[in-house]
Ligand binder design. Structure first.
Ligand code: GLC
Length: 474
């Protein structure tokens, strides 16, 4: 099958969040499957041009029309021996900015990108059976395919994947007329309550809509989770699917991770954790104590990650025999809270308020328990990385957290971690207490659980097969 994938980021070329990891792992896996030809299209951001590790070659250039004007499109290809072809859309005006997102004209930038991506496929002669596009930045692709590009791609189907429904791509109701220049009926397709909404057009126009876990697919039908999109999604429920993300087992591998003090696998996790924990404690200025439970959180410090639950129980939690390691940046109020918490409990708390990928992996390797009390979570990646590193997750049973962390039953030994059902600080603390009880008082059971988590197959193999089945059905 010929598959084109369009996204606004893909690691290791450009990454701001989980989407970047998905667009690294999934295209690679699909391209390895027999009979597939996969092309990935990304914007050629300025930071990528300045990155000497990214080698590209120029392919072609042309213009696309945007309403009343023509815009330049340069097409570059990433030099690589891999089967996956990666094309980069070059336009200095739109993509040579200091940030990837958050510019005042993001709507126009990514409307241009959607057009340019389709034109690029035509220009390089890649006529796909299916185009998979991701989040609001590429949400105009299905509508463009069925309008301006319908004669170029008469048989191509589209799958629109929602990674986070919170960001939908809003514009005013002149957006089509001013920027896209499609006939007036398409203004209505984008219309949501008198404004333009990119994601809504994709939900209506795509042949299928998916999201990144089964539970989140169900949750999106409810107003509590859907940020206003639930009505449209319910109307299109017949097109909706949930496919839980995987991770790249080589990119996250405690057996080969050079940043660790000592590498380990499921059979040597005991020694591995001990060495990594002692080293991390030393570096972070915590007492070196291999037997003390280390709880960790690597997260953006924002409300929907459930930080309020942790701030609420922090004092009571630190009354127990635990160390708490926090890594991340975010809202000033939370940063301030953790700074103060570290001052109050210097023997127990280390809060590193920055973004540091290397330290993140060392924390995954050192910690015993991983906290992820998100209010909502489309899929979530860190709980999966934590398990891969033998760190047992404690999660709010919601979205992808519910689908990847099954509750542990010490009697049967089945399960992967500790969960709580309602978004509530008391329930969170109770889940932590159950985990600590197993950690301190049922050591055998804890060691087995940790080993089990490390042996699970979280690779892209299974999800890639599910995507192929969906493409096949289309
Ligand atoms: C978004 C979601 C996260 C998901 C990721 C990749 O960042 O918030 O839950 O894992 O996309 O799909």
């Amino acid at each position: 099958m010929k598959i084109a994938m369009v996204a606004s980021e893909a690691a290791p070329l450009i990454k701001t969040g989980g989407l970047g990891d998905v667009m690294q792992g999934l295209p690679a896996e699909l391209s390895r499957m027999k009979g597939n030809e996969v092309a990935l299209i990304l914007p050629y951001y300025g930071v990528m041009k300045r990155n000497p590790a990214i080698k590209t070659e120029f392919i072609t250039s042309f213009a696309v029309s945007m309403a009343w004007r023509n815009c330049h499109v340069g097409v570059f290809r990433v030099k690589s021996r891999k089967k996956l072809q990666i094309y980069l859309v070059d336009n200095e005006q739109y993509f040579n900015r200091s940030r990837v997102y958050g510019e005042g004209d993001d709507g126009e930038r990514f409307a241009y990108f959607a057009k340019a991506a389709l034109s690029t496929l035509a220009a390089v002669g890649f006529i796909p059976d299916v185009i998979q596009c991701n989040d609001w930045q590429t949400a105009l692709v299905p509508m463009l395919l069925k309008s301006e590009f319908s004669s170029t791609f008469p048989n191509t189907k589209t799958l629109f994947t929602i990674h986070n429904v919170e960001y939908q791509g809003w514009g005013n109701n002149c957006f089509n007329m001013d920027v896209l220049g499609l006939p007036a009926e398409y203004t209505d397709i984008m219309d949501m309550g008198g404004a333009s909404n990119f994601m809504k057009s994709a939900v209506v126009m795509a042949d299928a809509v998916s999201t990144v876990s089964e539970s989140y697919a169900g949750e999106l039908m409810h107003p509590y989770f859907a940020h206003g999109m639930d009505g449209m999604l319910r109307q299109n429920a017949h097109k909706m699917r949930g496919i839980t993300n995987g991770i790249d087992p080589d990119a996250f591998n405690p057996q080969t991770d050079k940043r660790l003090t000592l590498c380990y696998d499921a059979t040597t996790v005991g020694e591995g954790k001990k060495a990594n924990k002692l080293a991390l404690q030393k570096d972070l200025g915590l007492p070196q104590d291999e037997d003390c439970a280390m709880l960790a959180m690597v997260s953006r410090l924002v409300s929907h990650k459930g930080i309020d639950l942790l701030t609420n129980i922090a004092d009571r939690l630190l009354d127990r025999r635990v160390q708490l390691v926090i890594l991340g940046t975010g809202d000033a109020q939370y940063e301030e809270f953790f700074r103060a918490l570290q001052e109050k409990y210097p023997q127990q708390v280390a809060a590193v308020l920055q973004f540091d990928g290397g330290l993140a992996n060392r924390i995954y390797a050192a910690a015993d328990l991983y906290l992820m009390p998100s209010k909502s979570e489309p899929c979530g990646l860190s709980q999966i990385i934590a398990m891969r590193y033998g760190t047992v997750p404690i999660v709010h049973a919601v979205g992808g957290l519910k689908d990847t962390v099954w509750p542990f039953d010490p009697q049967s030994g089945k399960g992967r971690g500790f969960t709580f059902q309602s978004y509530n600080a008391e329930d969170f603390l109770y889940a932590i207490d159950r985990a600590l009880d197993v950690f301190y008082n049922q050591k055998e059971a804890f060691l087995r659980l940790r080993e089990q988590d490390m042996k699970e197959d979280f690779s892209w193999r299974k999800p890639a097969k599910e995507y192929m089945a969906l493409f096949g059905a289309l």
